[in-house]
Design a protein around this ligand. Structure first.
Ligand code: SF4
Length: 340
């Protein structure tokens, strides 16, 4: 890979198209803008937290914006800002404004919403369109056990703030864990019907900081749909992303979706790539290798050189994860360092 500073005037055109050897086209980029978080969710990081990356290892807003611009030129249509917790990064709305200016066709964020009351207006003004809020329990004590943070009220207030400023759609991501919160499926369905928020149940994945994941703790898509349908009949909808989607048969507001990475993997139609807070590109959530885009950025590489590195990473993308198979190897990074 070239290191010396390159002359932008001789810059060849960046031609769109991030296609891998299985013919999948990457159009969805998830960028982690920080590895830090004010929560300590049990399925994400150890109770003591993780050793945060020093600030100078984290990409600046200018570096993130330059990379996203190249990804968009390569055909990325949707960018999701994640973390850690993106709202703990100062002036995050400035980054949203910089990305909106590129422009990014579809700009979304995933947050734990504990700071959303303060930030919702500024984020919407900066161009944020849609939001996903992580919420794994509607019961205060249990919320605190899972997040290791007494924050349910702030999260619910954050959801209201998102609704007030017109972010749409508003989705609620709930990681379902057997024996932890799987008795709240109906509560979440009722929460969706009452608020109109779209619930996205996520099958528990082996990305937890405590490495406590067991397949037996996974509550499958079939179980989730069966449990809810028994009370509120569901109608399956078209699949537009990683989630299998269901509307309420009685046309109540809201909807239910299930991201079944473990029991119904959707790798064959995967269109996602990731960028970590320290500028490493991952072709897959479970990738064991990454591409160091930060070094290219900071060593004066040109946009076309960076574009080639991105294209090469996608071209080399594997078929998918092998969770549950003996050849499956857990990534060394926990969820908070990848950004989900
Ligand atoms: S596991 Fe990897 S390949 Fe499969 S859907 Fe997720 S990111 Fe895509």
């Amino acid at each position: 890979m070239q290191a010396e500073t390159e002359d932008p005037s001789t810059e060849p055109e960046v031609t769109p198209g991030l296609v891998d050897k299985y013919g999948r086209v990457a159009t969805d980029l998830r960028i982690s803008v920080t590895d830090r978080c004010n929560f300590r969710c049990t399925y994400c990081m150890p109770a003591e937290g993780i050793a945060w990356k020093p600030h100078d290892e984290i990409l600046s807003f200018e570096e993130i914006t330059r990379l996203v611009k190249i990804f968009v030129e390569l055909g990325v249509k949707k960018v999701r800002v994640t973390g850690g917790e993106p709202l703990v990064r100062r002036d995050i709305e400035s980054l949203v404004a910089m990305l909106t200016e590129i422009p990014v066709p579809e700009l979304a964020m995933t947050t734990n919403a504990s700071k959303l009351r303060q930030k919702a207006g500024a984020l919407a003004d900066a161009g944020l369109q849609r939001i996903n809020v992580s919420l794994d329990s509607l019961r205060r004590e249990r919320f605190e056990v899972i997040a290791r943070f007494d924050g349910l009220d702030r999260v619910l207030d954050g959801l209201d703030a998102a609704s007030e400023v017109g972010l749409d759609p508003i989705k609620v991501n709930c990681v379902v864990m057997r024996g932890v919160n799987d008795d709240e499926l109906i509560d979440f369905a009722e929460f969706s019907r009452k608020t109109g928020f779209h619930i996205r149940f996520i099958e528990f994945m082996p990305l937890d900081g405590d490495s406590a994941w067991k397949k037996s703790n996974v509550v499958s898509l079939d179980e989730i749909v069966e449990t809810i349908s028994a009370r509120y009949p569901l109608v399956e909808g078209d699949r537009r992303g990683p989630a299998a989607e269901y509307a309420f048969a009685d046309q109540a507001p809201g909807s239910v979706g299930v991201i079944a990475s473990v029991t119904r993997p959707f790798c064959e139609s995967c269109n996602r790539v990731r960028l970590t807070a320290e500028g490493q590109m991952l072709a897959c959530l479970f990738a064991l290798e990454d591409t160091d885009l930060r070094s290219l950025l900071r060593s004066g590489a040109s946009d076309s050189t960076i574009a080639e590195a991105i294209r090469g990473t996608v071209a080399a993308k594997w078929a998918g994860h092998a969770i549950g198979n003996k050849e499956f190897t857990r990534p060394t990074r926990s969820m908070s360092m990848i950004g989900g």
